[in-house]
Design a protein. Structure first.
Length: 143
């Protein structure tokens, strides 16, 4: 049986049975601990009780996102040589701001390595978090 990668399925016609089955399976997979906790709480009925008591905005989605970020099941891709060199140069400098061109380059690397689809943002906290995540990941190469 031939193993097919993510790009194979992403390039399939979205109307095919093969694509729909792959998409359903991929979407059902837990991204991290937050998704797993959510599934357990829904299955046991605890989630419904919490929403009844605390209301719709109980903070569950924020906790889920934070747990997924901290304890992700997806292993990141390895840095390519040009990405490593770019980050090495960038992280060796002391910078206080990130211009749009640097942000785009960081996004390109981050999206590939962490399998995300983020876009440029004017949210400084979002850009800083992406920068710090890449820096932390980059530092694992020199340990």
């Amino acid at each position: 049986m031939e193993l097919k990668d993510e790009n194979y399925y992403e390039n399939l016609d979205k109307r095919t049975k093969e694509y729909k089955e792959w998409k359903k399976k991929r979407d059902a997979a837990s991204e991290g601990v937050g998704d797993t906790v959510e599934k357990v709480l829904k299955a046991t009925g605890v989630a419904d009780v919490v929403k009844f008591v605390a209301g719709e905005d109980c903070g569950c989605s924020e906790r889920k996102a934070k747990l997924n970020e901290l304890f992700s099941y997806r292993n990141p891709e390895c840095l390519l040589e040009d990405e490593y060199n770019y980050l090495s140069d960038l992280f060796s400098k002391k910078i206080s701001t990130i211009d749009i061109n640097t942000q785009r380059q960081l996004l390109k690397i981050s999206n590939r390595v962490f399998r995300r689809n983020q876009r440029p943002s004017s949210c400084s906290a979002c850009v800083k978090r992406m920068y710090e995540n890449l820096k932390k990941y980059f530092n694992t190469y020199s340990e």
